[in-house]
Structures are given as structure tokens and as C-alpha cells.
Design a protein around this ligand. Sequence first.
Ligand code: NAD
Length: 543
Amino acid sequence: MAAVIAAAVVRARILQVSSRVNSTRYPSSSFSSSSVSTVKLFINGKFVESGSDKWIDIHNPATNEVIGRVPQTTKAEMDAAIASCKHTFPAWADTSVLSRQQVLLRYQQLIKENLKEIAKLITLEQGKTLADAEGDVFRGLQVVEHACSVTSLLLGETMPSITKDMDIYSYRLPLGVCAGIAPFNFPAMIPLWMFPMAMVCGNTFLMKPSERVPGATMLLAKLFQDSGAPDGTLNIIHGQHEAVNYICDHPDIKAISFVGSNQAGEYIFERGSRHGKRVQANMGAKNHGVVMPDANKENTLNQLVGAAFGAAGQRCMALSTAILVGEAKKWLPELVERAKNLRVNAGDQPGADLGPLITPQAKERVCNLIDSGTREGASILLDGRKIKVKGYENGNFVGPTIISNVKPNMTCYKEEIFGPVLVVLETDTLDEAIKIVNDNPYGNGTAIFTTNGATARKYSHLVDVGQVGVNVPIPVPLPMFSFTGSRASFRGDTNFYGKQVTLSLKKIFSLRNFLNIFRSKDSAKKALPAASVRSYVVQQCCQ
Ligand code: NAD
């Protein structure tokens, strides 16, 4: 009860966009307080209470207490939100690019000033540690800062005299009303991947945040309004399938940006495309870290532990699979020792390295996948299923778990686990490792750990994965490059931000991102083949 009250106080203070309602109006079996705050809609510049009779509870994942409620937006409310986006579009598209840029410049400043408050809200609703939550906001902020370069990004192309007395001009023009559908795992970063870029280009935007973590989006909307975004340029609705279907079907929506699971993403891509929309869907992942025996052991083990278990593994770029090549398999006991040292606790507790999973269902699913490893012949070297966190006994905690002797046909390898679980495979050669990575249906991110430039180049160029890190465990590119994906991790032909400026460009690229760090101390220890390093750099420039 105390946690419920504390949570409600935090929400009310931070949001200023929610109101108190009586429990009798929205009865629920899991309702544990006489009243909780409700999340409002944002329609035509106003934060309004929904008239819906269908509400979804929001829980604190560290306690499972109800901390708020989010409405399933009614059809009439969704109509009003779209009408607002549509009505505002011509004036916003006509607003000078310099004025739109000014809004974004003010916005990045307001996000900086409120970064810690947004992070607190993320930790409360999503469960990740405060440090991870601040990173969540920070990575989104970088996209907003990138959006401030719109004056360069929107430059068109010209060519004089394409025939007698004729020149050609090519402009990048906004599409109209665009929509975003976001997942729970990055409550600030992913909405900030979506609406700032689209809007600075002159589109208006309908946002549907994850129903599990809507708070950060609401606060970001308030800050956007305070930055000078005109009423109606950004509208926010809430809900699940009905809201999603509405977005996919509505003729006034020209483009959809989706991030989330494959189940939802494939469906939204198919349904939205069928209605003639441009749809971009970034989806699930099974990211492999290939560890070569010549890697810097100390850095590699530290990076593997951080990338596998950080944010409780609920990152689309979590390094959830390690492939130990040759002698690198001897490092496994040390990997286990390091993972044991991680502190599992509520995200707002000092010293917490990882927090809880989002829901009890997510915890059950993760535990079932660990069980499947035992049943199918793998070995559990570190088992986080039974962890108890003092003071948070009802939370959805799973401790770091390492499963070894995993084979590609096992369920724990085939499924995206989305929890603090590292599955470990072993191979004798790099070629075998590359085959495993490319045979896996997902292609979101991967990393190779090596001090050999030729090995790094070979791996980077032969794996069919969107983001490739060399000694970089979570290779998320900065926003001047695009974030992409390959195979089952991605549908569509445009990417977030970067040169492609998702919702306003017409170009199609086949894109992959390579990030690498070679440490100087590694090169001193073991000389790199200079010729292959040079050719690697040249290749990158040609991408
Ligand atoms: P999710 O698919 O359950 O939810 C995402 C959004 O889709 C939510 O707004 C939700 O309301 C809606 N939705 C959910 N199920 C739906 C359905 N059946 N039909 C229509 N709409 C539906 O995803 P999640 O659990 O919130 O997020 C975790 C997933 O997101 C993981 O698979 C993760 O890998 C993926 N993810 C991918 C990236 C990337 O860039 N590739 C980034 C972050 C997360």
C-alpha cells in the first residue's frame, strides 16, 4: 500500500497530466488502492480524460502494485485525434523549416532539464535501473538533437539542363499524418525515435505508446507542447489491438513506424501495407556475440555480462547468445563468476545492476524457456529462477542465468527470451559461428570480440545482421546513422532517423551498420595485419 501511494505521488508530481479517479468507477480484482491516477489522452493540444469504460492497469514491476490506469481509447476519441492531426497538417507543413527547427531546439533543452524526472517515471513503470532509465532518455535525446539538423537533412537535389531549357528540382516533402506504435522496453527512446524526426520534417503525428509504460510519452508530449509545438501537431491515444487496428486501417494515416515483437510487427506491417501505407517495423532479436580466442579476455567478459544481463535482458540489442570459438570456451567459468556478482534489486535502489521483468507473465515465460533448456539437454551454469529480492518479494525478478551446451535446435536458442539469460554455444571455427548466426531467423544486432582485423572484417561482411559491433557489445549507431535490422528483425524499406529520415524520404537503401573498437593495448600485444585493417576502413567508407 505504501508503495502504491508513493508511486501515485511521484506520478502526479511528474506528470501534471493525470487526474485522480474513484475506484468504484473502474473496478478491478487487482485494484489495491482506493484511487489511482489515470493517464490522459492528448488531443488537439489538451490533456483530456478518456470517457472509455475499458481501462488497463499499470503496475510497478518491482512490486506488482497498481500505480495507474490507461484507457482503451474510444472510437470517437481516436477520430478526434486523427481529425486534429489532419486539420493541423497543412499549416504545420507550411511552417518554415527554421521555425520547426526552433521548436526542436527548445525541445532538446527541455528534455535535458527534465531528464532525471523522466527517468524516475520510466523506472517506476518499466522497472529498469535509474541509470538505465537515464540512458533510455539520453539515447532518445540524441535523436531530438539530430532532428535539429533538419536544415541540412531536408536539402533537395537539383540538376540544370536535363534537356533544352529544362532543369530538375527534387524536394523532400512531408507525407501527412504519420503514426507510431511503441513497445514497453524503451519508454522514452523509442517514441523519441519516432515523432521528432517525422514532425520536424513537417508531418503531424499520432502516437500510441505501450499501454504498460505510457507515462514517459505523456511527459515528453507536455515538454513538446512547452517547446512551442502547435496544438494538434502531436496527438496521443492509448490502448491495444483496437487502437492498433484503427491506425492500420485509417485512410488519413500515410505511414506507420512500429517497434515491438514479431507477432505484432508482422501483423501491423501486413495490415498497414494492405491499406497503402508506408510501414516500417523493427522487431524481435536473437543477438549473437562471437568470442574469438584472441580477444581481450578482460574486456570481452565484462562486455558480455553487461550486454547480456543489463536492463534485465529486455533490450532488443541485448547480447543474449554467446558463441565461444575454440579455446575461448575455457573462459566460461569466469563469465559465470562475473555474472554472479551482479546485484538484482528494484530499479530505484542504489547499486542495482538489473531490475525486474515487466510482468509476472514475462517472468513465467522466461522461466519456462530456462526449463526447456534443462529438458532438452543443456546445462544451467547459473540459475536466476529462484531469486528473492528482500523487500520486493512480489516483484518479477529473475537473476542472471547462463545456459551452456546449447544447440541451435533447442527452444531456448530458437526463441527470443527477453530476460537476463545468456545461452552459450561453442564452435571450433569462425566459419561455423558465422553459419549459426546466419541460420538464425533474426538479424538485429551482433558483435565479434577479436584483436585480429582480418577476422573482424570477415565477420562484419559475412553476417547478415543490421548492426555489427567489433569489440562493441551493443552496437547501436548514433542518430546521424540509421538504426536498421535484417531478416525477421525488420520489415520495410526506410529506417529511423539518419540520412533516411524515416517518414519523409523516398529513397530505398540496403543498409547495415558496422561499429568497431580496436583497443590500442590489444594492438601493442598482438600486431594487426595492416593491409586487412586498411581494406576494412575503405569498405566502410563505401557503404
Ligand atoms: P509488443 O509487440 O507486445 O508491443 C508493441 C506494441 O504493439 C504495443 O504498443 C502494443 O500495444 C502493440 N501490440 C502488442 N501485441 C499486439 C497485437 N497482437 N496486435 C496488434 N498490436 C499489438 O512488444 P513489447 O513486448 O512491448 O516489446 C518487446 C519486443 O519489442 C521484443 O520482441 C523486442 O525485441 C522488440 N523490440 C525491437 C526493437 C528493434 O529496434 N528491433 C527495439 C525495441 C524492442
